[in-house]
Design a protein around this ligand. Structure first.
Ligand code: NOJ
Length: 563
């Protein structure tokens, strides 16, 4: 019944992501920093955190908030020093918290000394660290566009040719075909692992190998899919990842997790198959596209059966061969409670229902700072308040196309912007939500902080925070919830998500109402015995008798011995 072969620490735990810029400012400059994280470790420990993934903390001119690295072995000035890092790591270890760093090696910053050298001349020793092509009739070498808009090529006057950048022009793509570059990356990875970090989250890792000959994209009108499908899963990606495993990861007991942009269930095994010796985990994007129209990028409502299908496909793809992850929120996505739940009347119910989904699937859960508070999207009223480089470039593009109405743009940004996830963490009800003593945080604090903050949430026994704490502790060490098989019992129901997790000994049934309406629900015939309530998000949930009327966003989890 239980198909997965090995037990591993990274299957049994969950990951808490910190976006350091927005977590806690310790030196009054309005920007979060490493000391701020160190000071917050007790808070995280109390929640039950065992693994932290930090978004990039390395030296960077911050064109894309650290995802543009100018020195991989130095700490970003705003975040502190290497001594601060060492102290933070030591304090984590004291509390038995593991640390995962962000490995951003599809591209570097244009301010990295490799690129500063490379752009000087065609015979510079660093030239082949990047990807250069001659222009075509005075234009870019091909029709590739950057993920953040505009051509993916930038002209370099000194060499009279173009370099490739799949993100901004300040993020030139590294040339993974060059063994000297790969060697430098592996050496840098060892530097951090030898310091004692516990693994890496690998930024846009499926993009590191480019299609042979860099052929033009055949645009179909679904821009994002067109470009992502062209850039991901290039011919040598698995060769490179296997080499990285051999050269670096195999020697350490660490977690590797790839950002799986452009990776679908059909590709999953190749990246994370347990016998493949590449990555341990990968996180997919399929469910992040379900509420966006692929042609217009406009928001559409989520159809629950499609979400179930994604989860089933991935479960099926890796059953007995590899391990899944699941997430609803990260620094690139709007807040999950605002997106998949309801962030006013049913904020508690929907946030806890989503937490129940996250922690009861057969997958390592990834949660994001503030999710435990039910932090919501904010409302941007001025385009100047947006920081996200993607949004800023998009606004420039809109204007070029004659779409000049800021109100229309703000309406779009207020649903889709990555800045929603990046507003400062809400610690308490003091000015700037206790995130900083400065009057000017780098990004505006959400105005709902007097009501939604960590202090308040910890004081209230019935808060979202306490629900997270409980479900985290329930999953910990629970063999059925971690390793039990997953079966979706009602794939087509439009409002209710029902599945079981089971081993030979035990069966856990999860029932989630994904809607703001009360639903009268007939349990599927396969359910003959639910057992005892394990966790639920309404106070009066009981055992068997109460099962058919589901309140708005109700979540009920039952546990029974197998008969
Ligand atoms: C994915 C990261 O998560 C995102 O924040 C970043 O902008 C791009 N990769 C480029 O590094």
């Amino acid at each position: 019944m239980n198909n997965t072969t090995t037990q591993q620490w990274w299957k049994e735990t969950f990951v808490y992501q910190i976006y350091p810029r927005s977590f806690k400012d310790s030196n009054h400059d309005g920007i979060g920093d490493l000391k701020g994280i160190t000071q917050s470790l007790d808070y995280l420990k109390k929640l039950g955190v065992e693994v932290i993934w930090l978004s990039p903390i390395f030296k960077s001119p911050n064109d894309d908030n650290g995802y543009d690295i100018s020195d991989y072995q130095e700490i970003m000035d705003e975040f502190g020093t290497m001594a601060d890092f060492d102290e933070m790591l030591a304090e984590m270890k004291k509390r038995e918290i593991k640390l995962i760093l962000d490995l951003v090696v599809n591209h570097s910053s244009d301010e990295h000394h490799w690129f500063q050298e490379a752009k000087k001349s065609k015979d510079n020793p660093y030239r082949d660290y990047y990807i250069w092509r001659e222009g075509k009739d005075g234009q870019a070498p091909n029709n590739w566009v950057s993920m953040f808009g505009g051509s993916a090529w930038e002209y370099n006057p000194a060499t009279e040719d173009y370099y490739l950048h799949l993100f901004t022009c300040k993020q030139p793509d590294l040339n993974w075909q060059n063994p000297a570059l790969r060697k430098e990356i592996y050496q840098m990875m060892r530097f951090w692992l030898d310091k004692g970090v516990d693994g890496f989250r690998m930024d846009v890792i499926p993009f590191i190998s480019k299609q042979e000959g860099l052929p033009d994209i055949q645009y179909t009108g679904q821009l994002l899919f067109d470009i992502v499908n062209q850039y991901a899963n290039g011919p040598q990606v698995h060769e490179f990842l296997q080499e990285m495993h051999r050269e670096v990861l195999a020697a350490y007991e660490v977690m590797s997790v790839g950002e799986g942009i452009g990776v679908y269930a059909k590709d999953a095994y190749e990246y994370v198959g347990e016998d493949r010796k590449e990555l341990n985990l990968i996180y997919y994007f399929d469910h992040m596209f379900l509420d966006r129209d692929a042609k217009t990028d406009k928001p559409i409502s989520l159809e629950l059966p499609r979400l179930k299908q994604v989860i089933r496909d991935w479960d099926e793809a890796l059953k007995g061969k590899g391990w899944n992850t699941f997430y609803l929120n990260n620094h690139d996505q709007p807040r999950s409670v605002s997106r998949f739940g309801e962030d006013t009347q049913y904020r508690y119910a929907s946030a806890t229902m989503l937490a129940t989904l996250l922690f009861t699937l057969k997958a390592t859960p990834f949660m994001y700072q503030g999710e435990e508070l039910g932090m919501t999207n904010t409302t941007f009223t001025d385009i100047e308040d947006l920081n996200d480089v993607w949004m800023r470039n998009l606004w420039a593009k809109w204007q070029q196309e004659g779409k000049n109405n800021p109100k229309d743009f703000l309406a779009f940004a207020n649903i889709t912007s990555r800045d929603h996830a990046r507003t400062p963490f809400q610690w308490d009800d003091s000015p700037q939500a206790g995130f900083t003593d400065s009057e000017k945080p780098w990004l505006l604090v959400n105005t709902n902080y007097p009501k939604i903050n960590a202090q308040e949430a910890q004081a209230d026994k019935n808060s979202i925070w306490h629900y997270y704490q409980k479900i985290i502790s329930l999953r910990k060490g629970n063999h059925t919830l971690i390793y039990g098989d997953y079966t979706d019992l009602d794939p087509q129901h439009p409002q209710v998500f029902v599945y079981v997790r089971e081993t030979k000994e035990e069966k856990i049934t999860v029932i989630l109402n994904f809607s703001p309406q009360e639903v009268i629900y007939e349990l599927p015939a396969q359910i003959t015995h639910l057992g005892e309530i394990f966790i639920s998000n309404y106070p009066d949930s009981q055992g068997e008798a109460a099962h058919t009327v589901l309140k708005p966003y109700e979540a009920k989890v039952y546990c029974a011995a197998q008969s």
